[in-house]
Ligand binder design. Structure first.
Ligand SMILES: Cc1cc2nc3c(=O)[nH]c(=O)nc-3n(C[C@H](O)[C@H](O)[C@H](O)COP(=O)(O)OP(=O)(O)OC[C@H]3O[C@@H](n4cnc5c(N)ncnc54)[C@H](O)[C@@H]3O)c2cc1C
Length: 322
């Protein structure tokens, strides 16, 4: 099966025949692909399983400026290089959603929507996905005024007024990008201050077509078939107001999707896999890397660091079996 994301056009990949692998990595984001590179360089057979976009959530980022060694690049460029690097090292990458992982001692079963694979060690690198607003009709209006990705959908709103919901780094990056093509961008933040990097905040505050609304949350979505605005609730004044706009971009954080790993890993109260810097899950032969584990900073640098740590630990575990 072939990779399908937009960033995969020049890529080749290895055919998967459901043989047994030393290591199966769940997720092809920076954590998973780094783990694959390290495990391949240690001579292990490696399969990376990905359910959506090869390269992970960074493919949604218009610009990355904080990854050491690169002055500036798009998330897609970064993902492309990383995928090609893993392939060049001999990792196999396939499109499949992992539904369950079970532990049978020295053999792990990885159940996917494309069949069940077996391996000696598993690295969970499933990252996280956008957090929904949780208001009525959100799903119905997604794609019709409600979006979670400026890189993907920003072009549809050229010359129009959009709102970015959120005030962290991802929201501010989306606002910067949208301000370059939309007539107006309103940033709606639930706190009385923005929580993103100072540089981004300063840049947006100097951008003439960007406005900010603080202490406010989206209470309702307006519009019949297409969004025409949002009802905002001010948590300080307890007043409701209408913000008319052509689209909203929701960037209120991420949430993990770790349910498939409940048989082999424990989750914390927020759904992240419990693990420390050693990337150990507590189940022998099952490791975790990147945004899906409990940690304070979720960035490419920390994800790739985890990928290396988890891979070395997984390789040691595989060696210990022989
Ligand atoms: C808009 C945006 C901008 C960002 N900008 C920056 C930035 O400038 N600098 C920076 O350092 N970081 C940035 N980040 C954060 C960065 O993208 C993440 O920290 C990083 O991608 C985490 O890597 P990961 O490999 O842990 O997880 P992810 O990148 O989330 O990859 C996990 C992969 O696992 C797959 N997956 C999940 N569950 C399954 C399953 N059951 N079966 C198969 N596959 C599965 C997912 O589809 C995904 O592709 C940004 C994020 C966003 C959304």
């Amino acid at each position: 099966m072939s990779p399908t994301s937009a960033n995969t056009s020049t890529r080749s990949w290895h055919t998967v025949d459901k043989k047994e692998y030393d290591i199966i990595v769940v997720g092809s984001g920076p954590a998973g692909l780094t783990a694959a590179i390290y495990a391949r360089r240690a001579g292990k057979t490696v399969l990376v399983l990905e359910k959506e976009a090869f390269g992970g959530q960074i493919t949604h980022s218009p610009k990355v400026e904080n990854y050491p060694g690169y002055l500036e690049m798009s998330g897609n460029e970064f993902a492309e290089v990383l995928v090609n690097q893993a392939l060049a090292q001999g990792a196999e990458i396939d499109l499949a959603e992992v539904l369950d992982v079970t532990d049978d001692g020295s053999v792990k079963h990885v159940v996917t929507d494309a069949g069940t694979y077996t391996c000696k060690a598993v690295i969970i690198a499933a990252g996280s996905k956008h957090r929904p607003l949780g208001v009525d009709r959100e799903e119905e209006l997604t794609g019709n005024g409600v979006s979670y990705c400026a890189v993907c959908d920003g072009a549809f709103y050229a010359g129009q007024h959009v709102a970015v919901i959120g005030g962290g780094n991802s929201a501010l990056q989306e606002a910067v990008m949208l301000s370059e093509r939309c007539s107006k961008v309103t940033v709606v933040q639930n706190l009385s201050f923005l929580t993103g990097e100072e540089q981004l905040i300063a840049k947006l505050q100097k951008t003439p077509n960007v406005e900010f609304i603080y202490d406010s949350v989206v209470d309702a979505l307006e519009g019949k078939d297409t969004l025409t605005g949002v009802v905002l609730y001010n948590t300080k004044t307890e007043e409701y107001s209408m913000l008319e706009c052509d689209g909203i971009f929701v960037a209120i954080g991420q949430m993990p999707e770790n349910e498939p790993f409940l048989h082999v890993a424990s989750l914390n109260e927020y759904g992240y896999v419990n693990a420390g810097e050693d990337c150990e899950t507590g189940t022998k032969g099952v490791f975790v890397a990147g945004d899906c584990r409990s940690k304070r900073i979720r960035q490419i640098t920390t994800a790739t660091g985890d990928g290396a740590v988890a891979a070395v630990a997984a390789c040691r575990y595989v060696d210990s079996l022989s």
